[in-house]
Design a protein around this ligand. Structure first.
Ligand SMILES: Cc1cc2nc3c(=O)[nH]c(=O)nc-3n(C[C@H](O)[C@H](O)[C@H](O)COP(=O)(O)OP(=O)(O)OC[C@H]3O[C@@H](n4cnc5c(N)ncnc54)[C@H](O)[C@@H]3O)c2cc1C
Ligand SMILES: NC(=O)c1ccc[n+]([C@@H]2O[C@H](COP(=O)([O-])OP(=O)(O)OC[C@H]3O[C@@H](n4cnc5c(N)ncnc54)[C@H](OP(=O)(O)O)[C@@H]3O)[C@@H](O)[C@H]2O)c1
Ligand SMILES: *[C@@H]1O[C@H](CO)[C@@H](O)[C@H](O)[C@H]1NC(C)=O
Ligand SMILES: *[C@@H]1O[C@H](CO)[C@@H](O)[C@H](O)[C@H]1NC(C)=O
Ligand SMILES: *[C@@H]1O[C@H](CO)[C@@H](O)[C@H](O)[C@H]1NC(C)=O
Ligand SMILES: *[C@@H]1O[C@H](CO)[C@@H](O)[C@H](O)[C@H]1NC(C)=O
Length: 584
């Protein structure tokens, strides 16, 4: 017998079909992703109580935290910005970090995101309570040291992957008596003049730091570089040439900036040249693809040319793995700086750290005033604070071997937990901004479904998480990312790519555009009682909010028709149809 029959007669819910029932969302982190959440959620939903906790004193994420000299964008800035907030004023094709931080802070203010952001608040614990269908979250106010208890229907991590410094695990590290810094935890009050500096690491950060410190008066640098890195000609060169600009003159003049400001259409054309360049680079990531082979030749020649006077460094610095296996960095001035008399490159591994400096495996001893660890971040691991899902399962246990997700945004057994810039979410070549926007838009669709259709929770089916993992592993098998290098893209055992999305940015945007709802399982609001109710009761009172005063445009579907009339038999002239995403 239909259980509903024995219940009271069905009555209409007294609300419009939009069903903006009150829900609460907590977001961790106010970098690119957290700010985006604080712009989009209020734009697309009503009655969402939103709170973004940020542990730092300012927003901007890595661009606030990374204060080392030389920190800058490694892709054209005209592509590293929100698609909806183009900045015509970038000072350089590779804008410095502080300018990027100001951009994010400026956008956060302009779009009203600051209303939702609490800085100096660190999330320390989050646990799903299944009887209440809520996330219970503990937060520390870092100014007063007070502990705060909060709760929400939905918990979104936007904590970044490159913001928790990874310190080198070297014997004696604690014993060093001089100054110690990490690229992600810089002390900008420190005076480097006349200092003996040891730099550990040669990833993207070291490549930007070394040329800057080399120039400081009276410094000597010793750079400990365990494994080679590709130094590329700059990503934007081809696009700059396509625009008729000189790729070596990357600073923009006031006239150029004024032109970008006064002529948004022309600026859009320029942005599209950079964006197209980045979006069509995928072949480069496929091992043995002719473009990858050509890239490797180009990079090798570029590095050999720059290192012509130092064949010893050339053999040391030019990698054997495919370019792109670890992030390729333009590294302006890096190879040049390594050849300066006050810079020494040490390739012998570090065997220990002493109170005064470093001892290498070849037993050479080096003394330093300051040690710079450009040793990267704790990436392929769950957050440093506990996140407990169903049956108090810790996320760190769920991910003990390696992280796995459904389409990078969620994982089974963790209802209403969504990841921004989570595992398998980044892109190896090019800007991260658009792929992260695509993931964010997907998550906001999930939040809206939970709200509108009276679902208390949703989580991906475990079989779909497995399917995605299999897809990821298979996709990457034939790519440069699985070549022989260390990189943050890989799991700890080096067997899997866990940092990158398995495909291009355009692939991700299409995959995420329309959620496959059948890959999720749901619980309705109200538990057992809720299940007995008419599952379509969210249809409400038969009215739409747009009929109410101030509720919107009652004829919103009437617009200027932008579809071109197709011309029979002239398919090449019907391009406009193909300029938009396909299908539903
Ligand atoms: C030096 C550097 C340069 C980079 N350059 C580029 C580039 O040129 N192009 C590119 O595409 N990408 C670049 N990246 C990658 C960059 O990480 C992403 O592009 C993007 O900025 C990530 O934004 P996010 O909001 O996800 O994370 P983040 O910017 O890392 O922000 C996360 C925020 O979460 C906060 N947080 C973390 N844990 C907690 C907690 N428990 N409680 C409260 N708050 C918390 C952090 O304080 C931080 O502010 C770079 C990264 C680094 C480190
Ligand atoms: N805009 C930019 O240009 C920019 C700048 C900085 C960072 N980023 C982003 O941030 C990511 C991380 O860059 P990152 O340079 O900070 O970190 P990284 O790429 O992870 O590099 C860390 C470096 O430290 C070395 N290292 C770690 N532990 C060591 C030890 N015990 N002894 C000796 N060497 C050690 C590593 O050597 P091995 O390689 O041998 O392990 C590696 O060279 C980049 O991939 C990029 O996405 C971008
Ligand atoms: C760019 O800079 C100009 C001049 O300083 C200023 O008038 C303009 O508002 C700026 N544009 C943006 C989008 O910040
Ligand atoms: C969940 O909430 C209920 C009701 O408030 C409480 O009794 C229970 O102890 C909570 N469960 C957990 C695991 O905290
Ligand atoms: C290192 O070289 C730079 C210039 O290339 C110079 O300014 C600096 O003083 C030098 N340091 C020493 C100790 O020579
Ligand atoms: C990093 O250090 C290793 C260790 O010698 C070296 O082979 C490699 O070329 C270095 N990378 C860069 C970019 O210098």
């Amino acid at each position: 017998m239909d259980e509903r029959k024995v219940q009271n007669e069905f009555t209409l819910k007294d609300q419009t079909v939009e069903n903006f029932r009150p829900i609460k969302v907590i977001v961790v982190g106010a970098g690119l992703c957290g700010i985006l959440a604080a712009i989009r959620i209020p734009e697309r939903m009503r009655n969402v109580e939103l709170i973004v906790y940020e542990k730092s004193e300012k927003v901007g994420g890595v661009w606030w935290l990374s204060k080392y000299p030389g920190v800058a964008c490694d892709v054209p800035s005209h592509s590293y910005q929100y698609s909806f907030a183009p900045n015509p004023n970038w000072s350089d094709l590779y804008a410095p970090g502080s300018e990027i931080q100001q951009y994010f802070e400026g956008v956060a203010k302009r779009f009203g995101a600051m209303r939702f952001i609490k800085t100096n608040h660190k999330v320390e614990h989050a646990e799903w309570n299944d009887s209440e269908k809520k996330w219970k979250v503990k937060i520390r106010n870092l100014v007063t040291d007070e502990e705060i208890n909060d709760e929400s229907d939905i918990f979104i991590t936007a904590r970044g992957q490159l913001s928790e410094p990874s310190w080198p695990d070297i014997p004696g590290f604690e014993s060093f008596k001089g100054k110690v810094m990490h690229s992600g935890q810089w002390d900008d009050t420190y005076d480097f003049r006349n200092k003996k500096i040891g730099v550990i690491g040669n990833g993207s950060s070291a490549i930007q730091i070394i040329p800057q410190l080399q120039k400081v008066q009276g410094t000597t640098l010793t750079c400990f570089m365990r494994s080679p890195t590709w130094i590329s000609p700059s990503f934007g060169d081809v696009a700059m040439e396509a625009l008729g600009l000189d790729p070596t003159a990357t600073a923009f003049t006031p006239e150029q900036k004024a032109a970008f400001t006064s002529d948004p259409e022309e600026y859009l054309r320029i942005r599209k040249v950079f964006e197209d360049d980045g979006n069509l680079i995928q072949d480069t990531t496929i091992l043995s693809h002719p473009t990858q082979v050509a890239f490797q030749t180009l990079f090798r020649e570029n590095m050999q040319k720059k290192l012509a006077s130092r064949p010893d460094l050339a053999s040391l610095l030019i990698p054997s793995f495919a370019p792109g296996c670890r992030r390729v960095t333009p590294g302006r001035g890096f190879l040049e700086s390594l050849q300066e008399p006050n810079v020494t490159v040490v390739s012998s591994p570090i065997s220990s750290i002493t109170p005064t400096g470093i001892t290498s495996a070849s037993s050479d001893k080096y003394d330093f005033d300051v040690l710079i660890c450009a040793t990267g971040f704790r990436v392929a691991s769950s957050p440093q604070f506990p996140i407990l899902g169903r049956n108090a399962l810790p996320l760190s246990t769920r991910w003990s071997e390696h992280p796995s997700t459904y389409l990078s945004v969620a994982v089974d057994q963790f209802p209403n937990l969504f990841f921004m810039f989570g595992p398998n979410s980044a892109i190896g070549f090019g800007s991260l901004t658009k792929i992260l926007e695509g993931q964010a838009d997907y998550i906001f669709k999930l939040v809206r479904k939970l709200q509108k259709e009276d679902y208390a929770s949703m989580e991906p089916l475990p079989e779909r998480v497995k399917d995605f993992e299999e897809y990821v592993d298979t996709y990457f098998r034939n790519t440069v990312y699985m070549d022989q290098c260390n990189s943050w893209y890989k799991s700890k055992d080096g067997k899997k790519v866990v940092g990158l999305w398995p495909g291009s940015t355009l692939h991700a945007l299409e995959a995420l555009r329309a959620p496959r709802w059948e890959d999720w399982k749901y619980e309705v609001v109200g538990g057992k009682e809720g299940r007995k109710k008419n599952a379509l009761s969210w249809l409400g009172n038969g009215r739409s909010v747009t009929q109410d005063k101030g509720g919107g445009d009652p004829s919103w579907y009437l617009n200027v028709d932008e579809i071109e009339v197709p011309i029979d038999g002239r398919p090449e002239e019907n391009q406009k149809y193909r300029n938009r995403p396909w299908g539903y």
